[in-house]
Ligand binder design. Sequence first.
Ligand code: HEM
Length: 424
Amino acid sequence: MTETPARPPAGQPVPELFGWEFATDPYPAYAWLREHAPVHRTTLPSGVEAWLVTRYADARQALADGRLSKDPAHHAGPAHAKGRTGIPGERKAELMTHLLNIDPPDHTRLRRLVSKAFTPRRVAEFAPRVQELTDRLIEGFMEKGEADLIHDFAFPLPIYAICDLLGVPREDQDDFRDWAGMMIRHGGGPRGGVARSVKKMRGYLAELIHRKREELTDGPVPGEDLISGLIRASDHGEHLTENEAAAMAFILLFAGFETTVNLIGNGTYALLTHPGQRRRLQESLAAGRTDLLETGLEELLRYDGPVELATWRYATEPLSVGGQDIAPGDPVLVVLAAADRDPARFEDPDTLDLSRRDNQHLGYGHGIHYCLGAPLARLEGRAALGTLLTRLPDLRLAGDSADLRWRGGLIMRGLRTLPVEFTP
Ligand code: HEM
């Protein structure tokens, strides 16, 4: 099969991708790609070449296509340019075997094991704790009349929530907050501080897993946390090595952390810049209703979700996506943010409509890698946005929204800071 890379129409330059303006508002560029070059070969800032898939129908198909592997070993590029999920430190062999880097049958086995431990019941039982955390964080800045919602609220909430879920003792959770802070501030680069933080986190998790395994064998009271659940699941005939357990804990932390920070950050920002929609939501919450909060949370994910591009996929054989031939070894990046604004799938896609019903967005992915933590993300999102709007009814942006800076990363989309003010 000959490869025929999509070419933009003559005389029409491809809009600049990955620059500063693009980081602030990538949607016009994505609209252009959807229309003119829906499966587009580009050079990423790292120098790696990859295909961007931007239409909804193609994106959905690609996410569920078994010929697109998650295993970076399938990447045809030079070793130094191998694609990654964007998770700092993941090249360390011990943390590589996680769900987002593997295919069936290993993926099926590990996903089944973690699903046994990460049950909807465990998540539902967690609701009071998430509410308590949300209230405590808001009370921490409520008297001041101002806050940076990323630093003071969106960032700590998911880290403490995941630590609790995993079973990290409370006295150690501030260490996690520091390590995670280092990683989110410096992104996936191999800088010293990040590498040190990953190393500390890895060491801590390995020790915690070891300790919990011993507690489960010797101790009188088996833990109810997720790590204990993982160990127990592995003890029922199926195999989960300590490395796999550590990689699992690590991916839960990573997949569930920056995503939720951005859900709260991007979601609050969208509400504060759409006063009519925000008023409707506030009125419905004041009337004791939660239906608009529920549809609204899905709409915020569609409109400006935390995951801009799904994590890396690699063609294992020649295939065609949206009529474009793709060669084995080529990386394929599915642009969730572009697919979720596709006018062929969503009516008025650039309009935020919190009551949108026909809303099968791809914000949590699709297919076998569909977000495992979606119930937890929804729980945290509902608590965070619902409580913010209820307890700080006149919440508003402090300063000009044009001054806000977006984090420039490939996979995630989120604000660096979100300064707000309100009546104390
Ligand atoms: C996978 C989005 C929160 C755990 C994914 C994927 C997306 C996603 C798009 C699929 C990636 C791909 O196919 O390349 C989100 C969003 C979240 C969120 C938007 C917040 C609003 C969470 C939370 C957790 C979590 C809270 C857990 C604590 C995972 C895991 C996977 C995953 C483990 C990999 C599943 C697999 O490969 O089988 N998430 N996520 N996520 N997510 Fe989430």
